[in-house]
Design a protein around this ligand. Structure first.
Ligand SMILES: [Zn+2]
Length: 279
C-alpha cells in the first residue's frame, strides 16, 4: 500500500469514526469546538473544561443549580402573553417557545432559599424569544419585587436576555422598561437589596432592571450593553470592537461589580445574603 493510499484510508476511517460518535456522549464546545465528554461538561455546569466558555442554559436548569433543592415556590405561573397587535407569526413563536422551554413566557419567578436564606428569585430565559421583555416579563419582574417588598425579601435576578424589548408587543413592551425601573426604586426605598447576575443583558432589559441592581455580577463573556453591533454600524457608520459589549470590558469601566464563574455564583450570592441577613 502506498503512503497516499494509507493516508486516504486513515482519513476515511477517522471521518467514519467521527460520524458514528453518538451525540449523547460528546459535546462540541460552541467556542473552541473541542469535543468534550458530555458527562464532564454537565458536571462542570455546562462550562467548557478546555476554554471556560459558558454555554447558555435555560431557566429551569439555572434554578436547579442555584437554589436549595425543593425550596422553590413559583409565583404568577399562570401569566401568559397576549398578541395585542396581532403581529405576524407571534402567536406561533410563543407556542413554539412555550413547548421548548416549559415556560409561559421568558421569565420564571418565585421564592426559594439559597443556603437556607430566603430570597425572591427571577430568571429570564434566552431560549424564549431571546429572553426579550414583553408585558408578561415586565409584569412578572414588577410583581416579584412588589411581593419581595411585602415579604421583606432580598431579590436576586438572573438575566439571560439578549433580546431587549419585545417588538411584537410594540409600545406595551417599551412601557415595561419604565414599570420595572420604577419598582426597582421602590425596592431601594424599602431598604431591600437587589442582586443581579448578567449572563446576557442587552437593550431594553439592560436599560431598565438589568442595570439597576445594587450588586451586579456577570458570568465571563456575558453580552452586556444597549445596542447590538449591527445597529451601531448601520446608524453611526462606525465599527465598535466586539469586546465593548462583554462583561469584562464593562467590569473594567465600573458598570459591573464582579465577574463570577458559574460554579462561583451560588456561594457568592449566599455570601452576600449572609452579610445582609447578618447570619
Ligand atoms: Zn471550549
Amino acid at each position: 500500500m502506498s503512503e497516499e493510499q494509507r493516508e486516504n484510508m486513515q482519513a476515511e476511517t477517522s471521518s467514519v469514526a467521527l460520524a458514528e460518535l453518538p451525540t449523547d456522549v460528546w459535546h462540541k464546545c460552541g467556542n473552541c469546538e473541542a469535543m468534550v465528554y458530555k458527562k464532564d461538561f454537565e458536571q462542570n455546569l455546562k462550562v467548557c473544561p478546555r476554554c471556560g466558555y459558558h454555554e447558555r442554559i435555560g431557566a429551569w436548569e439555572r434554578l436547579k443549580i442555584t437554589v436549595d433543592e425543593g425550596s422553590f415556590a413559583e409565583w404568577d405561573a399562570e401569566l401568559q402573553p397576549a398578541d395585542p397587535l396581532n403581529f405576524p407569526e407571534y402567536a406561533d413563536k410563543v407556542r413554539r417557545d412555550q413547548n421548548r422551554t416549559n415556560l409561559k413566557d421568558a421569565a420564571l419567578t418565585g421564592k426559594a432559599t439559597i443556603e437556607g436564606m430566603p430570597v425572591a428569585i427571577g430568571i429570564t430565559d434566552f431560549n424564549f424569544m431571546g429572553g426579550s421583555m414583553g408585558s408578561v416579563v415586565g409584569e412578572k419582574i414588577a410583581r416579584l419585587m412588589e411581593r419581595a417588598i411585602d415579604e421583606k425579601l432580598p431579590v436576586f435576578i438572573i438575566i439571560g436576555s439578549g433580546g431587549g424589548a419585545r417588538m411584537q408587543e410594540g409600545i406595551l413592551s417599551l412601557m415595561q422598561m419604565g414599570k420595572t425601573s420604577a419598582v426597582c426604586g421602590r425596592l431601594h426605598e424599602a431598604g431591600l437589596p437587589y442582586i443581579a447576575l448578567l449572563t446576557d443583558s442587552m437593550a431594553g432589559v439592560h436599560a431598565s432592571f438589568g442595570s439597576l441592581a445594587d450588586i451586579i455580577l456577570a458570568e465571563p463573556g456575558a453580552l452586556v450593553g444597549f445596542t447590538g453591533p449591527r445597529v451601531i454600524e448601520l446608524s453611526l457608520k462606525i465599527k465598535v470592537p466586539k469586546e465593548h459589549r462583554q462583561a469584562e470590558f464593562q467590569f473594567q469601566h465600573g458598570h459591573i461589580d464582579m465577574i463570577v464563574t458559574r460554579k462561583q455564583v451560588r456561594p457568592t450570592v449566599a455570601k452576600i445574603l449572609r452579610f445582609w441577613y447578618g447570619a
